[in-house]
Write a protein that binds this ligand. Structure first.
Ligand SMILES: [Zn+2]
Length: 69
């Protein structure tokens, strides 16, 4: 098995985990593949870590900073 196979297996595991989390959360809201604000692609790691996210990390950070007084 080479590194590519290993990387693919990791991705598969991530996808399965994301799917399981989404089913468990029951919101029915899937993460977007592109950012709502800048339309940059949201990295798969972020979509997995924050299921239901609609923005890339940069835009999300800006939004959260704006929310604070
Ligand atoms: Zn963005």
């Amino acid at each position: 098995m080479d590194d590519v196979d290993l990387a693919w297996e990791c991705t598969e595991a991530h996808l399965q985990q994301a799917l399981a989390l989404r089913l468990r959360s029951g919101t029915g809201q899937a993460s977007r593949f592109t950012c709502l604000d800048c339309e940059e692609e949201i990295p798969p790691e972020r979509r997995t870590a924050a299921v239901g996210c609609v923005r890339c990390l940069d835009c999300q950070t800006v939004i959260e900073k704006r929310r604070k007084p």
